[in-house]
Design a protein. Structure first.
Lengths: 354, 340
């Protein structure tokens, strides 16, 4: 493998990620799946990096799931996104920071549509004004939250308490990076590193001491695919996509999977549980599952956040072996104890629950 | 009195046009950007459809250029051509300014940069190579993977950079299909135990004996032809290349590992030709090659009097067609000069 070739591609796909003053838009499903990720993203930016991040409680779903599920028309979703831009305009922010990869894809698709078909922008303004009386300025920058963590990866490394290395061997951890399809496959120029060899997660992993696994099914969809999962009869397609990826990455014995998409992080975690239940298979080394983390969780671990504070215990594949490799001291017994000492619900069928 | 003609480009077209004009008694100066003549052809091991050694054609061209009426200036580009009174003024990259009675653009083609098709991993994956790089191996007499293994399975991807809207190339490069057939046969002959798969969109066997070569590849050499475009290539843990393709005849997706993946890179307008055209006001088509005055009757003529075209600066073509096109350019020049 020639890394010079990858570096050349990475140099061609760089984007302007601002230094400060972000209008943050959350993801619908992440707040259910991994609520700690968004919370710790805000903590890292505000408390560790001293950045200004604004949230407006009136922000709503972008309706991307409905759009990709064929129940929300394009004109409707344009108006919803126009309203988000109006909220940012009213708050005086010009840099949008987006938690969800699908929302990021929606925003970029709409901005590209407005750029190439200006009459659709006029219509969106008209629709929004008629419905809400709001007006908006186009944002100056659109960043996915992973773009922002990527931008500040050096600053995070400088403050890091841990590295992505195995403390017993000193070797870099072998990490599978998975990029959500809607991050750059539609518009490669909007993704750091482009669509074929994205650098956004690679840059974080390598900066923090890990090594990246380039396996044959690296680019394959996690299987969420919206209608593949949302239509119950199609869920076999979803499961089989993840299975294909697990089988492809298994020979490399990865220590961790890290994703920048809500659905991907979830399915690459939950489907390991499903496959384990159905076939009794685990894909990691020594019959361990492969922990599937978000990039914010990975960054938070580097910075020394308490794994149970950021919600790692609510992954089906528990991160305990990973924490031991990194050297994070976290008492497994405290995983499901709340701050007031009460017992939190414990998910059934946990993998790596040792 | 002998007329002075300047030709931009010392490849197949430039040499053949120069030699034809020199035989007619004209003085010709070839301006070649490289340090030797012969252009893209010098890299080839054997030519389709009869598998003659490419060296024979190169020797023919080298003999043709050894003519007292021909002068070759190497390591120099033509920057611009313009009219000045009744003659043409040619500006060279050296800063020199030459006068000529006629000028031929024979700047040829550039090979498509395969790394632009990022999904195939050229320049990243060690065992993804281009067709000219395979010719280099044929010239060296051995065929190995980057890690020194004898390939057991080789794949060819047709139309890399041709007929591809994604890279803004709608045109067919014409010669890649038959080149892949030729190279597939050569691989099978060199390594009889090696399986060969060609992934194609259409097989465009337009020339004499091309179709026969295609049949021979299937019937005699057992080359497998899969109709379908490869969507992506990836590295495997054992340094093979995994490809994903839809077999459109079988109607099913296909995944396969090959030891060597050969990209049949197409032709694009050369950068030096494009720059010359831009500076000189020479019209180019949607395919970015030079536009000829008339596609049927005047395929060697530009819109500017005294400026002519030869070879693949106008469109992709084979060596056979390039030589014919260069000769016709020489005839057009001679006719133009005789009428002045």
């Amino acid at each position: 493998m020639k890394t010079e070739g990858k570096k050349r591609i990475w140099s061609e796909y760089q984007k302007n990620v601002p230094d400060d003053h972000f209008f943050y838009v959350r993801s619908c499903i992440r707040q259910s799946f991994f609520p700690g990720s968004e919370q710790v993203f805000l903590k890292i930016l505000r408390d560790d990096l001293g950045k200004d991040v604004f949230e407006d409680p009136r922000h709503t779903t972008c309706t991307g799931i409905g759009y990709h599920g064929d129940v929300v028309p394009f004109e409707t979703i344009q108006t919803v996104v126009a309203r988000h831009f109006a909220l940012a305009t009213e708050a005086g922010y010009k840099n949008i920071a987006i938690s969800c990869v699908t929302s990021f894809g929606i925003y970029t698709e709409i901005l590209e549509t407005w750029k190439h078909f200006p009459e659709t922008l006029v219509k969106a303004r008209e629709n929004l004004f008629k419905a809400t009386g709001r007006v908006f300025d186009l944002p100056e920058t659109i960043s996915h939250a992973s773009d922002i963590i990527y931008k500040f990866r050096d600053e995070i490394a400088a403050k890091a308490k841990y590295a992505l290395t195995d403390i017993t061997t000193g070797e870099p951890l072998r990490i599978v990076e998975h990029i959500g399809c809607h991050y750059a496959k539609m518009f490669p120029k909007h993704g750091i590193g482009g669509a074929e060899f994205p650098h956004v997660l690679v840059g974080m992993i390598e900066k923090w001491g890990g090594s990246v696994v380039d396996y044959p099914e690296r680019r394959h969809c996690c299987g969420f695919g919206f209608r593949q999962y949302l239509v119950q009869a199609n869920r076999g397609y979803s499961l089989s996509s993840s299975k294909k990826k697990f089988e492809s990455m298994e020979p490399y014995q990865p220590d961790m999977i890290v994703s920048n998409c809500p659905g991907c992080a979830m399915f690459l975690d939950r489907w390991q549980y499903a496959i384990n239940e159905i076939d009794g298979i685990t894909y990691g080394k020594d019959d361990e599952g492969i922990p599937s983390l978000t990039y914010e969780e990975m960054a938070a671990l580097m910075l020394g956040y308490d794994p149970w504070e950021i919600g790692l215990q609510y992954h089906n594949v528990q991160a305990l072996p990973l924490l031991r490799k990194i050297g994070v001291e976290a008492d497994p017994e405290k995983r499901f104890i709340s701050k007031d000492g009460s017992r939190l619900p414990e998910p059934a069928g946990l993998i790596n629950n040792f | 009195m002998a007329k002075q003609i300047i030709i931009a480009g010392g490849g197949v077209a430039g040499i053949e046009a120069a030699a034809t004009l020199a035989d007619m008694g004209h003085k010709v100066n070839i301006i070649e950007k490289g340090s030797s003549s012969g252009g893209n052809a010098v890299r080839w091991h054997a030519l389709f459809p009869d598998r003659r050694p490419a060296g024979e054609v190169i020797s023919y061209l080298n003999n043709r250029v050894r003519n007292k009426n021909i002068e070759v200036t190497y390591n120099t580009c033509v920057n611009k051509v313009r009219h000045h009174g009744s003659s043409l003024v040619i500006n060279l990259s050296s800063g020199e300014e030459l006068k000529a009675d006629a000028f031929i653009v024979a700047t040829g083609f550039d090979l498509f940069d395969a790394s632009r098709k990022e999904e195939y991993g050229y320049g990243i994956y060690d065992n993804v190579i281009t067709a000219p790089e395979l010719e280099d191996m044929f010239n060296g007499g051995s065929l190995y993977t980057a890690d020194g293994r004898v390939p057991e399975r080789v794949g060819f991807i047709h139309c890399v950079g041709s007929r591809d809207e994604k890279v803004c190339n709608h045109h067919c490069s014409k010669v890649c299909c038959v080149t892949a057939v030729k190279q597939a046969i050569e691989v099978r002959e060199m390594l009889p135990g090696c399986e060969v798969f060609c992934f194609y969109m259409d097989m465009r066997m337009f020339g004499p004996y091309y179709e026969e070569l295609y049949r021979e590849a299937q019937e005699v050499h057992n080359v497998n032809f899969i109709r379908g475009k490869v969507s992506e290539a990836s590295n495997t843990i054992n340094h093979k290349v995994a490809v994903k393709v839809e077999d459109t005849l079988a109607g099913r997706p296909l995944r396969m590992e090959v030891d060597l993946l050969v990209l049949m890179t197409g032709m694009e307008m050369s950068a030096t030709g494009a720059s010359l055209a831009e500076a000189s006001g020479l019209r180019r088509g949607k395919n970015r090659f030079l536009s000829v005055r008339d596609n049927h009757m005047h395929s060697n003529n530009s819109d500017l009097p005294g400026v002519f075209y030869a070879g693949t600066c106008t469109a992709p073509m084979s060596i056979t067609d390039t030589i014919s096109h260069a000769r016709s350019a020489a005839l057009e020049v001679n006719l133009y000069l005789s009428e002045r």
